[in-house]
Design a protein around this ligand. Structure first.
Ligand code: GLY
Length: 315
C-alpha cells in the first residue's frame, strides 16, 4: 500500500495511510488526505484559505477518480464549501454525472448537507490585495500579463493588475486490494477570471486513474494540462509499456509543442499499479511526498526536472 502527493499533501498523507492500513479503499484514503489539505488555512492554493478570483471570491475545483471502475466525479467553480473533494465524490457516487459547476454544484452540496463557510481568510485577502496592488516579483509580472487581458472586461485598472500562480493538491493511493484512486483539489489560478475552471476538475487533464495502467495528476498551469490532456497521456504511456519515470517525462515533453504566451510551470505525480511512483516538474528544485504501509513517516523525494519551456513560444 502506498499514498503519494504533491508536497502540500504532507499534512494529509498519514491520515490517508491510516485508512489504508485499516483496510479502507484507495478512494477513502485519497478523500481523507485531501480533506486535511483543504482545511489547512496556510495553504493558499486549496480549499479554506485559498486565494480568490479577480473579484475577491474564492472558487474551488476538485475531482476524484476510482481506478477500479473508472468512475469519476468533479466540481468546478464552487463557492462557499470547504471540501470540494467530498462534493466531487458525491457527484461520482450519487449522480448520473461526472462534473457539476457553479450554482448547480453548490445546490447539490447543500442537498448533501455540506456546511457553508466563508473561505476567504484575512491572510488570503491580504495576499489578494497585495497582488492587485502589484509588486516587483517575477510571479507578479507574469500574472499581470494575464490580468491585463482581462482589463476592460472587469473595469480593472491595468496599473493595479498583478498576481501569482497556482498551487493545487494531488493525492494518489494504492489500497490492499490493488485498487488505485486519484484526487485533486484547488482554488485554482489566483486572480483568475470568474467562472474559470482549471484542469483539476477536468478528468483526463488534471486527473486520470485506471487500475490496469496507473494514476496521474497535475499541478501548475491548468490550461496547459487541459490542452494536452496531460494526466490521461501519462496513463496511456504506461498502458503502452512505459515505466512511470518514462511516461511522466514523455507527457511533460509533449507540452513543449504548446504555443502559450502565458506559459508557466507544470508538474505531475504518477503512481503505478505495482506501487512504483515518480513526479515531474518543468522547473527545478521541487519535490513530492509519499508514504508506504511499512514507513512511519511521510517521506519527501525530488521531482524529476523536465525542463520544457515551450520551444515554439516567442522568446
Ligand atoms: N492546476 C490548477 C489550476 O490550473 O487551476
Amino acid at each position: 500500500m502506498v499514498i503519494i502527493g504533491s508536497s502540500n499533501a504532507r499534512v494529509g498523507l498519514k491520515a490517508g495511510m491510516d485508512l489504508l492500513r485499516a483496510g479502507q479503499s484507495a478512494v477513502d484514503a485519497v478523500e481523507a488526505a485531501i480533506l486535511l489539505v483543504e482545511s489547512n488555512p496556510d495553504d493558499h492554493s486549496v480549499g479554506f484559505g485559498g486565494l480568490p478570483n479577480m473579484l475577491g471570491e474564492v472558487e474551488l475545483d476538485a475531482s476524484i477518480m476510482d481506478g477500479d471502475t473508472l468512475a469519476a466525479g468533479a466540481v468546478g467553480g464552487v463557492r462557499g464549501f470547504e471540501h470540494p473533494i467530498s462534493i466531487a465524490r458525491r457527484v461520482m457516487t450519487d449522480l448520473p454525472h461526472s462534473l457539476l459547476v457553479g450554482p448547480g454544484a453548490e445546490r447539490f452540496a447543500r442537498e448533501c448537507g455540506f456546511a457553508e463557510v466563508n473561505l476567504l481568510t484575512d491572510e488570503a485577502r491580504r495576499i489578494y490585495e497585495t497582488g492587485i496592488r502589484g509588486d516587483s516579483s517575477e510571479e507578479s509580472r507574469y500574472a499581470s500579463k494575464i490580468l491585463k487581458v482581462m482589463v476592460g472586461r472587469l473595469a480593472l485598472d491595468p496599473n493595479r493588475a498583478s498576481g501569482k500562480d497556482t498551487g493545487t493538491v494531488n493525492v494518489a493511493a494504492l489500497d490492499r486490494n490493488g485498487h488505485l484512486a486519484m484526487g485533486v483539489s484547488t482554488s485554482g489560478f489566483a486572480w483568475k477570471y470568474p467562472g474559470r475552471v482549471g484542469d483539476s476538475a477536468v478528468i483526463g487533464a488534471g486527473n486520470y486513474c485506471d487500475d490496469r495502467y496507473g494514476a496521474a495528476a497535475c499541478t501548475g498551469r491548468g490550461e496547459m494540462a487541459i490542452r494536452a490532456a496531460t494526466a490521461h497521456s501519462v496513463v496511456m504511456h504506461m498502458r503502452a509499456g512505459l515505466s512511470p519515470e518514462e511516461a511522466g517525462a514523455r507527457a511533460m515533453e509533449e507540452l513543449d509543442h504548446l504555443v502559450d504566451p502565458f506559459w508557466s510551470a507544470m508538474n505531475c505525480v504518477v503512481l503505478a499499479p505495482d506501487g512504483r511512483h515518480a513526479a515531474f516538474s518543468t522547473v527545478p528544485d521541487t519535490s513530492y511526498v509519499f508514504m508506504t504501509d511499512t514507513s512511519e513517516d511521510v517521506r519527501q523525494a525530488p521531482r524529476r526536472l523536465v525542463p520544457v519551456k515551450g520551444s515554439r513560444n516567442p522568446a
